[in-house]
Design a protein around this ligand. Structure first.
Ligand code: 8DG
Ligand code: MN
Ligand code: MN
Length: 401
C-alpha cells in the first residue's frame, strides 16, 4: 500500500451547507457512478432515492483526498448502505454492475434523450417512452402535439445540448445588461447559477435583476423582454409575472420550492460573431453599453428559416441557441434571491433542511421566517443570511454540492 491511503479522514458535518464543496474534487470516478444512480432515480420520479445518492456524492466532493478503500469512509455521514455498496464495488472492481446496467438500459437512455428536450419533464418523457418513443426523431415522426416550449426544444435540440461556455455567458451578460440599462437606468444584473459558483460551462445562463429603489423593478421583465425581442435576440421566451404579493399562504411558504419572482425562461440567439467581438471588448476593458454595434434586428421566422438551413450545412453557423433564465427581485429581497438562485440545487435543499430542522426557520428565495420568534428576519447580504442561520459563510465556489 502507498503511504497515507489508510489515513482516516476527519468526519465531515452532515449538511452540505456546513461544509465547502469545491468544483474540483478528488473522487470523480465514485461521484460519477453515484450521479448515474441519482439521475436514474430522478428520471423515475423517485425523488427521495435521488436525493440520497446526491447527498452521498456531495459528501465525497467535500473530502480533501482520494478514497482508495471503503474503510476510509467509516464515521462519515450521508453514506447509506446502497451508496456504500456502490462505492465499494467501484473501488474493488473499477466499475459497479448496477451503474453499468443502468447506463446501458434502453429506458435510461431514452429518458435522458427525451428530457434533454427543453420543456419535457420526466412525466411526459415516461409517457412517450411507454408509447415506444425513444428519441427526439421518434417524437417528431410520431406527430404528437407539442406545446410551444417543446417545439422550441426540438427545434434547437442540438444547440441546447451543447454546454454553454463562460465566454458565451459573459457575452449574453453584456446583452442583458444593455437591455436592462435601456429600459430602466440604474437597474443591476448579477450572473447567478452555476457560473457564479465558478463553473466553466453550464446548461444555461442565469441572471438576477434588481433596482436599488424598491418598487422600480415592477414590470421590468416585460420591458426587458420587449427590448430583447425587438433586437432579434430571442428565439423563445415565457415570462411569468410576480405572484408573490397575491399569495395567501404567506411569503415563506410558496407552493413547492418554486418562488414567485417575475421571471423569464428564454432561448437566446447568440451571434457567434457578436460573441467574439464582445469578448474582445471585455478584454479591452471597455464596455459595449455605449457602442452602436448591435446585430441587425431579425424576426423569429427568419431565425427559424436560417436554423433549418444551417442544420443542413453545418460548420458554417453564425449563431447559436442558448438557454437563458432571468429573474427580477425587489431590492429588499435581493440577498435571499441571490442565495436562492446561486445553487447548487442540492446546496439549496440542504440550506432549507438545515433551517427547518436545526433552527425552526423557513428559508425561501424571498425571506427567512423564524417560527420561534414568529417574525421575518431581514438581511442585506448572503453573509448575513448564513449568520442568521447559525452557519459559517460558504462562498459561491464552495456551494458545488
Ligand atoms: P447549470 O445551469 O450550470 O447546469 O447548473 P445550475 O446553474 O446550478 O442550475 P440551474 O438549473 O440553472 O438552476 C440554478 C439555480 O436556480 C438552482 O440553484 C436552482 C434555482 N432555481 C431554479 N428554478 C427555481 C425556482 O423556481 N425557484 C428558486 N428559488 N430557485 C430556482 O432553477
Ligand atoms: Mn444554470
Ligand atoms: Mn437555470
Amino acid at each position: 500500500d502507498e503511504p497515507g491511503t489508510e489515513l482516516a479522514v476527519v468526519s465531515l458535518p452532515s449538511y452540505a451547507c456546513q461544509r465547502h464543496t469545491p468544483l474540483l474534487h478528488h473522487n470523480t470516478v465514485l461521484i460519477d457512478a453515484l450521479s448515474i444512480l441519482a439521475e436514474n432515480a430522478e428520471l423515475s420520479e423517485n425523488e427521495g432515492r435521488g436525493v440520497a445518492f446526491r447527498r452521498a456524492g456531495a459528501l465525497l466532493k467535500s473530502l480533501p483526498q482520494e478514497i482508495r478503500r471503503v474503510e476510509q469512509l467509516r464515521g462519515q455521514p450521508c453514506l447509506g448502505d446502497h451508496s456504500l455498496r456502490v462505492i465499494k464495488e467501484v473501488l474493488e472492481d473499477g466499475v459497479c454492475c448496477e451503474v453499468e446496467t443502468t447506463k446501458e438500459s434502453r429506458q435510461f437512455k431514452a429518458m435522458k434523450a427525451l428530457t434533454g428536450i427543453f420543456g419535457v419533464g420526466a412525466k411526459t418523457a415516461d409517457r412517450w417512452f411507454r408509447e415506444g418513443i425513444h428519441t427526439p426523431s421518434d417524437l417528431q415522426r410520431s406527430g404528437h402535439n407539442l406545446n410551444r416550449a417543446q417545439r422550441a426544444g426540438v427545434q434547437y435540440y442540438d444547440d441546447l445540448n451543447q454546454p454553454v461556455r463562460k465566454a458565451e455567458a459573459d457575452a449574453i451578460g453584456l446583452i442583458v445588461e444593455k437591455a436592462v440599462s435601456e429600459v430602466l437606468p440604474g437597474a443591476k444584473i448579477t450572473l447567478i447559477g452555476g457560473f457564479r459558483r465558478g463553473k466553466e460551462t453550464g446548461h444555461d445562463v442565469d441572471f438576477l435583476i434588481t433596482h436599488p429603489e424598491e418598487g422600480r423593478e415592477e414590470g421590468l421583465m416585460a420591458k426587458v423582454v420587449s427590448w430583447l425581442e425587438a433586437q432579434g435576440f430571442l428565439l423563445y421566451h415565457k415570462t411569468t409575472r410576480n405572484s408573490y404579493l397575491e399569495s395567501k399562504d404567506g411569503p415563506a411558504r410558496p407552493p413547492s420550492n418554486m418562488d414567485r419572482f417575475e421571471r423569464c425562461f428564454s432561448i437566446f440567439r447568440l451571434s457567434t460573431e457578436n460573441e467574439r467581438r464582445i469578448t474582445q471588448t471585455i478584454s479591452a476593458q471597455s464596455t459595449l453599453l455605449h457602442s452602436r454595434t448591435e446585430p441587425s434586428p431579425q424576426t423569429n421566422d427568419q431565425a427559424r428559416e436560417e436554423s433549418s438551413m444551417l442544420s443542413q450545412c453545418s460548420g458554417s453557423r453564425s449563431w447559436m441557441a442558448v438557454r437563458v433564465d432571468m429573474v427580477v427581485s425587489p431590492y429588499s429581497q435581493f440577498a435571499f434571491a441571490l442565495l436562492g438562485w446561486t445553487g447548487s440545487k442540492l446546496f439549496e435543499r440542504e440550506l432549507r433542511r438545515w433551517a427547518v430542522h436545526e433552527r425552526a426557520m423557513t428559508l425561501s428565495s424571498h425571506t427567512l421566517y423564524d417560527s420561534t420568534k414568529r417574525q421575518y428576519l431581514r438581511a442585506n447580504s448572503e453573509e448575513e443570511i448564513f449568520a442568521l442561520l447559525g452557519l459559517e459563510y460558504i462562498p459561491p465556489c464552495g456551494r458545488n454540492a
